[in-house]
Design a binder for this molecule. Structure first.
Ligand SMILES: [Fe+2]
Length: 361
């Protein structure tokens, strides 16, 4: 346990003692995770220093070396992912137009992705660990493409349909190039007017794509990817299977990937929260069959994820428990001062019900 000035506490640190304001009111309980947004509240309440848990033997170097040794593999090749990201970036940064040459290049990338995915027997999607907020839109577009293809393959779509699905999924947000950048990048909640401006990206996207040689089925993904199964979405308020199949697939992939990552205005949710939220929203917002298909290919805690346990210890996910996805096998790091001989131990959470994951980092 160490004492730190509020300004020097790293977000994600575990608070080691209950924190009270100068009026004696409890501000936050021990064991909670420190977040940057607490700082003004603590300062207002007269708190200058707090105690945080020592990270023990878990240094950034040990985390990096474990992740390296786990040989975490992406479902598509790094080269394909990088190529896809730079292609979508180029397409979106061009002056509000998409050419047939862009469409052909994206079509080629999607064919490569399909071949690589079909090559794998059992693909489980693992989110890349590091993503920059700046390149969020491009990384998100590619992830939505990969996730949509995984669902499409499991649903038994033909190769040509998969190609249309993948292209439309990668380009689903292309209409955002027509929405003012200050609204897209606004680091706060949008006003009602701004939100109605953002909603137009679905119409804009369809108008842009329909002028190219992309098949209409793919262009319709841009128009309908914010429709909800119960009819409460946009742009047309379509219900149930009136929403085109490809758009139903992309809406699941889109919401999942958006929630799993830091955005300009919102920090990411932990993988288990995303998983639960998305399966709860299930019957109202999504096509249940598509969601169940999707859930089979998602790890709640992908290998290599940093986790925080209810005991305050930190660890790294080593392996999955196929039957108990919420209880993986983890390497737990011990506090430095307690045991100099042992740096860590490995723990199967499915066999130790006393321990469970409360957050990720
Ligand atoms: Fe969108």
């Amino acid at each position: 346990m160490q004492k730190h000035f509020i300004g020097g506490v790293r977000p994600g640190s575990i608070i080691a003692q209950d924190v009270y304001g100068s009026d004696g009111v409890l501000l936050i309980k021990k064991g909670s995770m420190f977040r940057e947004q607490y700082i003004p509240r603590f300062i207002d309440a007269g708190v200058q220093e707090i105690f945080i848990e020592d990270n023990g033997n878990m240094t950034p170097e040990t985390i990096a070396s474990i992740r390296k040794s786990l040989n975490i593999q992406d479902v598509i090749h790094d080269k394909t992912r990088t190529h896809a990201q730079s292609q979508i970036k180029k397409t979106m940064l061009k002056f509000k137009s998409v050419t047939n040459a862009d469409i052909q290049r994206i079509g080629q990338i999607v064919e490569d992705m399909i071949d690589q995915l079909l090559d794998k027997k059992d693909f489980v999607f693992a989110l890349s660990q590091l993503r920059s907020v700046d390149d969020y839109t491009y990384q998100h577009s590619v992830n939505v493409g990969v996730l949509a293809l995984i669902i499409g393959i499991d649903l038994g779509l033909e190769k040509e349909q998969l190609k249309q699905l993948g292209m439309g999924a990668i380009l689903h947000d292309i209409g955002k190039i027509m929405v003012p950048e200050e609204i897209i990048k606004k680091p706060a909640k949008l006003t009602a007017e701004e939100f109605s401006e953002v909603k137009k990206h679905t119409e804009y996207g369809y108008e842009i794509l329909i002028q190219t040689e992309i098949p209409e089925e793919a262009a319709k993904i841009a128009l309908h990817h914010h429709e909800k199964f119960d009819g409460t979405g946009y742009s047309r308020g379509l219900k149930n299977t009136k929403i085109p199949l490809f758009a139903r697939i992309v809406s699941v992939a889109d919401v999942y990937d958006a929630m799993s990552n830091d955005r300009v205005y919102q920090r990411k949710s932990s993988p288990d929260k995303v998983y639960r939220e998305i399966t709860h929203q299930g019957d109202r917002h999504f096509d249940t069959q598509i969601m169940e298909t999707f859930a089979r290919h998602i790890n709640i805690y992908p290998t290599g994820t940093g986790v925080i346990l209810n005991s305050g210890h930190r660890g790294i996910v080593l392996y999955q428990n196929k039957l108990y996805p919420e209880s993986p096998i983890i390497r737990v790091f011990l506090p430095k001062e307690k045991d100099v001989r042992r740096l860590y131990f490995d723990l199967d959470l499915s066999l130790n019900t006393k321990w469970h994951i409360i957050d990720t980092f």
